[in-house]
Design a binder for this molecule. Structure first.
Ligand code: GLY
Ligand code: MN
Ligand code: MN
Length: 441
C-alpha cells in the first residue's frame, strides 16, 4: 500500500481501536475470521502487484498475503490472533521480506501469532465453544471451503452440541458501517490521495495536444502517482472523442484528435485510500460552442449536486439536484422533447445520463457501506466521503442534434461531509471553462 504501514504507530493504534469497536458489536462467544487477499497470477509465473483486502487491512494494517486474522471477543487467553508466514532466508532472498511470527505480536499488537502452516491444527480449536462465526462468505471460494472443513471437524470431534458454532453471520454490516465514517487520520490520507490525484490530472491536461495518444496521458497520470509514492486506485479511463461515451473505457489506445474532447477518469491510491476524479476538456485547449453547451450543463449539475452535500440531507439529494439541472438543460438544448415534469417522471435523462451521481469513497473506490436504511435513502453525516459525478454521454443518432453527437462529458469530485456542509477534496483541478482554457493555453 506504498507506505511503511508497520512503522506507522498511528495506524496500529487505530487498528486496535477498530478491532475493539467491532468486537463490542459482535459480543462474547463469537469469532471473526478474515483471510488476507490471495496473490493473483497475471500470466504464467508472474503476478499482479499485491493488494491487501481492504477489510483485512482496516483491522490489521498488515500488508502480507498468506495471513489470517482472528478475533475472539472475551477470550481470556487472547482476543486477537494472527496467522502469518514464517521468516525464511531463502524465500525472502527470492521474493521479499516478511514480518515473521516472532515479531508479529509486538508489531501488529496481537495477543498471539502462529505460522500460517499450522492453521489447520489450531483453527478448529478456536471455533469450539463459539456460537457464531462472523465471516464474509463468497469472497474467496477456496477459503470458504477450508472453513467448512474446519467446522465439520469440530462437529465430528465435539460431543457437546452447544460447543459447535451454529450460525454464520455476515461480518460486513458492522465493519462496513465503521468504514463509512472516516476518522481524522483517514481523512488526512484521503486528502493526500485527492491531492495526488489532482496533480495527475493537471499533468495530463498540460501534456494534452492533438496527435498525442490516450495512453500518453495515462502515462502522465501514472508517473505523477508513482512519483508521490502512490499508485492508481483503478485502471485509468482516457477516452478521446466518442470514446468518452463508453463508461468503462480502459483500452486508451486511440489518438486524440484536434477539435474533440478527452474524458479522463482516474485517481491515485495513497496508503490504501482512493482518489477518484473525472475531468473532460478539449484536446486543443479551446472549447467549441457545442462542447461549451454540454460542458456547462454538466458543470451546473455537478455544482448543484455538491451544494446538496451537507449533514442531514438525504443520500439521494445530490442525485436529484443533478437530474433536475440536466433534465432542464436537455429540454432547452432540444434533446428531450417533453415537459420537465414528464421527463422527470419517465426518466428521459437516462438516455444520456445512465449512472448515478455518487458512491462512497475510501479504501475501495466504490467503497463499502449501505446507501439505504430499510427502504429509505440514508442521511449524510459528518465524516462520510462520497463522489459527485454527473455526466452526459451523447451518441449520435435519431433525435440528437448533429452538433452534439459524439460528445461525452463527466465531471467528478471527491467530497467530504463536514459539520457545517462539505469540503471538496479535489478542488485543485481546473474545472470551469476559463480555468481549463488558461491551464492549457
Ligand atoms: N471510476 C469509477 C467511478 O468513477 O465510479
Ligand atoms: Mn471516477
Ligand atoms: Mn467515481
Amino acid at each position: 500500500m506504498t507506505t511503511d504501514t508497520l512503522n506507522d504507530k498511528t495506524l496500529m493504534r487505530e487498528c486496535l481501536r477498530r478491532r475493539k469497536n467491532l468486537m463490542k458489536t459482535m459480543g462474547n462467544n463469537t469469532i471473526a475470521i478474515l483471510p488476507a487477499a490471495p496473490v493473483r497470477v497475471r500470466s504464467r509465473d508472474t503476478e499482479y502487484r499485491y493488494r491487501q483486502d481492504s477489510d483485512f487491512y482496516y483491522l490489521s494494517g498488515f500488508n502480507e498475503p498468506e495471513s489470517i486474522i482472528v478475533l475472539l471477543p472475551g477470550r481470556k487467553s487472547g482476543e486477537y490472533i494472527v496467522f502469518c508466514r514464517e521468516r525464511d532466508e531463502e524465500k525472502e532472498t527470492w521474493h521479499g521480506r516478511r514480518l515473521g511470527v516472532e515479531k508479529a505480536p509486538d508489531v501488529l499488537q496481537a495477543d498471539d501469532a502462529f505460522p500460517i502452516g499450522d492453521i489447520d491444527e489450531i483453527l478448529p480449536g478456536l471455533l469450539e465453544g463459539r456460537e457464531k462465526i462472523y465471516y464474509s462468505l463468497g469472497k474467496d471460494a477456496d477459503f470458504d471451503q477450508q472453513l467448512m472443513e474446519w467446522l465439520n471437524r469440530v462437529r465430528a470431534t465435539t460431543r457437546v452440541a452447544s460447543q459447535v458454532p451454529s450460525s454464520f453471520v455476515s461480518l460486513d454490516y458492522h465493519l462496513h458501517e465503521m468504514r463509512v465514517h472516516k476518522s481524522r487520520s483517514e481523512l488526512g490520507l484521503m486528502r493526500k490521495a485527492a491531492k495526488i490525484s489532482a496533480e495527475g490530472h493537471l499533468a495530463a491536461m498540460r501534456a494534452c495536444q492533438p496527435g498525442v495518444y490516450e495512453y500518453q496521458l495515462e502515462a502522465e497520470l501514472i508517473s505523477t502517482y508513482k512519483s508521490h509514492g502512490a499508485t492508481h486506485s483503478f485502471l485509468p479511463i482516457v477516452g478521446g472523442g466518442v470514446n468518452a461515451c463508453i463508461l468503462h473505457y480502459t483500452e486508451n489506445t486511440d489518438v486524440l484528435e484536434d477539435g474533440s474532447m478527452v474524458l479522463i477518469d482516474s485517481g491515485a491510491e495513497f496508503a490504501g485510500y482512493a482518489g477518484d476524479i473525472t475531468r473532460t476538456f478539449p484536446v486543443n485547449g479551446r472549447f467549441t460552442e457545442p462542447q461549451k453547451d454540454i460542458y456547462s450543463l454538466v458543470l451546473d449539475a455537478e455544482l448543484a449536486a455538491i451544494d446538496e452535500v451537507k449533514p442531514g440531507n438525504s443520500w439521494n439529494a445530490p442525485h436529484t439536484a443533478a437530474v433536475n439541472v440536466l433534465t432542464k438543460g436537455l429540454i432547452s438544448l432540444g434533446m428531450l422533447k417533453g415537459t420537465f415534469a414528464r421527463e422527470i417522471k419517465e426518466q428521459g435523462y437516462r438516455k444520456f445520463f445512465m449512472h448515478r451521481t455518487s458512491h462512497w469513497l475510501g479504501l475501495d473506490v466504490h467503497d463499502v457501506g449501505e446507501y439505504k436504511v430499510d427502504d429509505d435513502w440514508r442521511v449524510l453525516e459528518p465524516g462520510m466521503v462520497l463522489t459527485i459525478e454527473p455526466g452526459l454521454y451523447i451518441n449520435a443518432g435519431r433525435g440528437v442534434p448533429r452538433r452534439y453527437g459524439g460528445i461525452g462529458v463527466r465531471i467528478e469530485d471527491d467530497v467530504l461531509v463536514t459539520k457545517t456542509g462539505h469540503e471538496v477534496l479535489t478542488s485543485q483541478v481546473a474545472k470551469s471553462i476559463s480555468e481549463i482554457e488558461n491551464i492549457m493555453a
